[in-house]
Design a protein around this ligand. Sequence first.
Ligand SMILES: Nc1nc2c(ncn2[C@@H]2O[C@H](COP(=O)(O)OP(=O)(O)OP(=O)(O)O)[C@@H](O)[C@H]2O)c(=O)[nH]1
Ligand SMILES: [Mg+2]
Length: 439
Amino acid sequence: MVDTIAAIATAPGMGAVGVVKLAGPDTEAIASALGLPCQPRLAKLCTIKDIESNPIDTGLVLYFPAPHSYTGDSTLEFHGHGGPVVLDQVLNRFIQCGARIARPGEFSERAFLNDKLDLAQAEAVADLISASSAQAAQRAMQSLQGEFSHAVNALHDEIVRLRVYVEAAIDFPEEEIDFLADGQVSQQLHTIEHDLEHLRQNARAGQRYNEGIQIVLVGKPNAGKSSLLNALSGQNIAIVTDQAGTTRDVLKERIVLDGIPCEILDTAGLRETLDPIEAEGVKRAKKAMQTADLILFLADPTESSDQLNRDLSELLDGQVPDLVLFNKTDLCPAFEFPNSLSISAKTGAGLDELIQYIVHTTGADQGEAKFLARTRHLDALAQCQVALDQARIQLDTASAGELLAEDLRYAHEHLGDITGRMTADDLLGEIFSSFCIGK
Ligand SMILES: Nc1nc2c(ncn2[C@@H]2O[C@H](COP(=O)(O)OP(=O)(O)OP(=O)(O)O)[C@@H](O)[C@H]2O)c(=O)[nH]1
Ligand SMILES: [Mg+2]
């Protein structure tokens, strides 16, 4: 038996309007116990009363009979005054009449279980709510409207078609189709490989807009790392002085660059030091490099190319920066150096190019489809790729029909993980529990 669930759907705190939602098979009975009308999709002004018939709040009641609601269950919404005490009292009335408090994401989970949304669309609901830029919100809407799921399903169907062809040929060997050699399997597999690559490119860009990029600024003391953090964020976050060794802790700041949420890490200047506090800062800077998506090394344009090469090989414990940023080029122009860019944290020169670089190298500007994606989706696509690579080997080198069919099955199952066609219950629980309450 499915429970009837209730939750406050609006954000905690005070607001002009607050919404309490009720969904499940007892919705009509609970409404009737509270004297609330159930006229489909009609807004009615009503008063909710406590157990002793004292009024709690007056607001609009909206009723959506099953299956024509967000969750697919019968649903009732009360739009009242947006105060936390009032909304709690309304919620309690629903609970007293037989509902239970919804878990985070439980309304969306029901929408998924009732086939109102697939898993990628349900995730897009949460991503739309948490979007940190207009671009991310637009992409979340594309995913919610099914653009991502549609692309995944199209690829899924292509793989299933090939699987069916291969398995049919295995099952009827008397037809003597030398199917592995007839070129059609190879051609279809090639199309699938191409379409998967395309989808991965779009999904990678979508994931960047959704989950963002971590960028670490490293370099010798006084290179201008803290000045760059302040310039990019437009705020005076980090202390800047002309003393080498000003920053010790790792400072983190979230900013949006060209629609992409970025976390910028300012770190202690890298050098040999006897000061234990600074040495700890240097250790933390090196650790931050290990997990960052992008390492930007700030360099001094007045030093020589040889010196810079020495610094890069001696200061970074073998880690390689993605880009060398010559800072302070308002004082001195940069010299020729591979993979480098000139900026001035002081004047702002070169920062637009830096932002373009960040957008480009992280793949955020790749692909023409504009949907949102999650790391979970990228992982599933990567696993699908591994299975297809394996399938290609079975076809080209081993000519093993059964093994080819098996790898195609893996590939198709990994895609099914994205839309929830084949997702395990514990993973579903994990996904929906990260949603906000009332959604
Ligand atoms: N002219 C000029 N001066 C700059 C520029 N960027 C930083 N500076 C100066 O360089 C000095 C060091 O800047 P910081 O931003 O503190 O350098 P840092 O890399 O954070 O230094 P540590 O925290 O000591 O590692 C300060 O006096 C800044 O004003 C720039 O683009 N041009
Ligand atoms: Mg600093």
